[in-house]
Design a protein around this ligand. Structure first.
Ligand SMILES: NC(=O)c1ccc[n+]([C@@H]2O[C@H](COP(=O)([O-])OP(=O)(O)OC[C@H]3O[C@@H](n4cnc5c(N)ncnc54)[C@H](OP(=O)(O)O)[C@@H]3O)[C@@H](O)[C@H]2O)c1
Length: 308
């Protein structure tokens, strides 16, 4: 699939939110969107890191229109405050890039009693999307982009053990959370279509990159990956961002599509349609996940957009 981020038509006047824009893949997505004229709202939990990232983007793209708004996706109150803050400053949202994510190496339960990766990677973005989707113009260039991972292939939704307390694999909860992001993207697309909306829900994964995601990895393992494995299977964050940018901006993109790198082991390379598990296509499971997510966030999705 041909996609040259440097030859995308300009999107002057459009507004994009990128969660986790201060680091890694999200940072490069923010650069890509700023380059074509979008106003990019950097939704970050750490304002100091966000300010540094903004300065770095401006050094690369001096004309970039950037705004920083505080958002902690593991905290419902913070998500609601972010949505209000955004609404007080913007009347329209064209692109919502649900990029932020974390990878834990041991089980972490948040203040609401929910496993932290499921809470942050999936539920936080579920709530954020529900609170902002009515601001999206009724057009196929309005997109919600969810971030999944090759890791989704190792998981199912453990409906009887959402906190993964009975799972034996150390990364079960991360894999489940990334599968949830993919199934949310599909279910959102189905519901948008049913409601008559032209807004698209799409999904992408970046392949493998050496980003902040692995910061808390045991150090020996981290340096082994960096030195011996990394050069062969990882690509840069800039290259990884292309899958997300094509999902957000590609003219031919259809709702429900899933993009990722097409090179070695789907870890690196130019973007195209990504492979996925049969489980991830289970519509009954996706619908059940949606209902549970509404209950857990105490937030109903209103998709009756009814806009011209
Ligand atoms: N790197 C890979 O190989 C890889 C592979 C597959 C999928 N992914 C996915 O790609 C996405 C981007 O990850 P990355 O690799 O670019 O990692 P990264 O460099 O660690 O970036 C993750 C971003 O998410 C933010 N974040 C984490 N928890 C948050 C919270 N509670 N509220 C708000 N923001 C939060 C981080 O903020 P702080 O800087 O404050 O921590 C950071 O900005 C994630 O969804 C990840 O699952 C990455």
């Amino acid at each position: 699939m041909n996609f040259d981020p440097d030859s995308i038509e300009r999107r002057e006047g459009e507004v994009a939110i990128v969660t986790g824009a201060n680091s890694g893949v999200g940072f490069e997505v923010a650069v890509g969107l700023a380059r074509i004229g979008c106003t990019v709202v950097m939704a970050c939990r750490n304002m100091e890191k966000a300010r540094l990232a903004k300065a770095e983007i401006l050094a690369r793209e001096p004309e970039a229109k950037l705004d920083i708004l505080q958002l902690d996706l593991s905290d419902y109150a913070s998500i609601k405050a972010f949505a209000e803050d955004f609404r007080s400053q913007y009347v329209q949202l064209d692109l919502l890039i649900n990029n932020a994510g974390l990878l834990d190496y041991s089980l972490q339960i948040n203040n609401n009693g929910i496993e932290r990766q499921f809470a942050t990677n999936h539920l936080g973005h579920f709530l954020l999307t529900a609170l902002l989707i009515d601001l999206m113009p009724n057009s196929s260039s309005s997109r919600v982009v969810s971030l999944s991972s090759l890791a989704h292939k190792k998981a199912e939704i453990f409906f009887d053990d959402l906190n993964c307390e009975q799972q034996t694999k150390w990364d079960a909860a991360y894999c489940q959370s990334k599968l949830a992001c993919l199934m949310f993207a599909d279910e959102l697309q189905r519901r948008l279509q049913q409601s008559g909306s032209k807004v698209l829900s799409v999904c992408a994964h970046p392949g493998g990159t050496d980003s902040g995601l692995f910061e808390n990895m045991p150090k020996l393992l981290y340096y082994a990956m960096k030195i011996f494995v990394g050069p062969f299977i990882l690509h840069s964050n800039e290259s990884a961002a292309r899958s997300i940018l094509i999902a957000a901006l590609g003219n031919e993109v259809k709702g429900g599509e899933y993009f990722g790198p097409q090179g070695f082991l789907e870890m690196k390379g130019a973007p195209g349609i990504a492979t996925r598990t049969e489980y991830s296509k289970d519509e009954a499971a996706a619908s059940r996940l949606w209902d549970i997510s509404e209950t857990m966030t105490d937030q109903k999705f209103d998709l009756l957009l009814d806009k011209a």
